[in-house]
Design a protein around this ligand. Structure first.
Ligand code: S3P
Length: 194
């Protein structure tokens, strides 16, 4: 129930869109979690970060998971978590880990259950943003700039299979959030107050 004085929740206009899911994909540092959280808050929808869900399910951090079980097991866990989240009948904004959309089966789960948005960013921006924290196992195996450059080559052709693409802006996050909202609207995903 909406309490008076609070903004009413926003839901998608079409009945089927009440369960509409927006899934953000893209490389580490593209801003998936930051933009996703703000987008969800603007729309009055729940926000879920798939890495956080994996950590809760596994009872350890993503780096610990990589160390204990390896990347292949992490990808299986990632797909299982996304399948669970994306088949729940509710509208939600989901930020995925950077490797999720690279996995063919995970991509299929995403494609079947929502609208995917690739948050695209250039190398300098990714290097700058990822250098602020030290929690990404893949960036610890060598020079982060070189690793990110290689991942751009490998992954951008696959991220391009997302339904929509939005360039992540190097500036206030709300600029990118507005771009995502406009892009979704132009694609036919409508959200309205009820
Ligand atoms: C990964 C990205 C990370 C996390 C894991 C693997 C990747 O998520 O899932 O470290 O393969 O790109 P973020 O993209 O949220 O940093």
């Amino acid at each position: 129930m909406v309490k008076s004085g609070e903004p009413s929740p926003l839901v998608a206009a079409q009945p089927e869109a009440r369960t509409q899911k927006v899934i953000l994909v893209g490389l580490m540092g593209a801003g998936k979690s930051c933009i996703g959280r703000r987008l969800a808050s603007k729309l009055g929808l729940p926000f879920i970060d798939s890495d956080t869900e994996i950590e809760a399910a596994a009872g350890c951090s993503v780096p610990e998971y990589f160390e204990k079980h390896g990347e292949a097991a992490f990808r299986d866990g990632e797909r299982a978590v996304l399948r669970r989240l994306l088949t729940e009948p509710r509208a939600v904004i989901v930020a995925t880990g950077g490797g999720a959309f690279m996995n063919r089966k995970t991509r299929q789960v995403i494609r079947q259950n929502g609208v995917s948005v690739w948050l695209r960013a250039d190398l300098d921006l990714l290097v700058r943003r990822t250098s602020r924290r030290d929690h990404r196992p893949l960036l610890k195996t060598g020079n982060p700039r070189e690793i990110l450059a290689r991942l751009i080559d490998e992954r951008y052709p696959v991220y391009a299979k997302a339904d929509l693409v939005v360039d992540s802006v190097d500036g206030p996050p709300d600029i990118t959030v507005t771009k995502v909202l406009t892009t979704l609207k132009n694609y036919g995903v409508e959200f309205e107050r009820v």
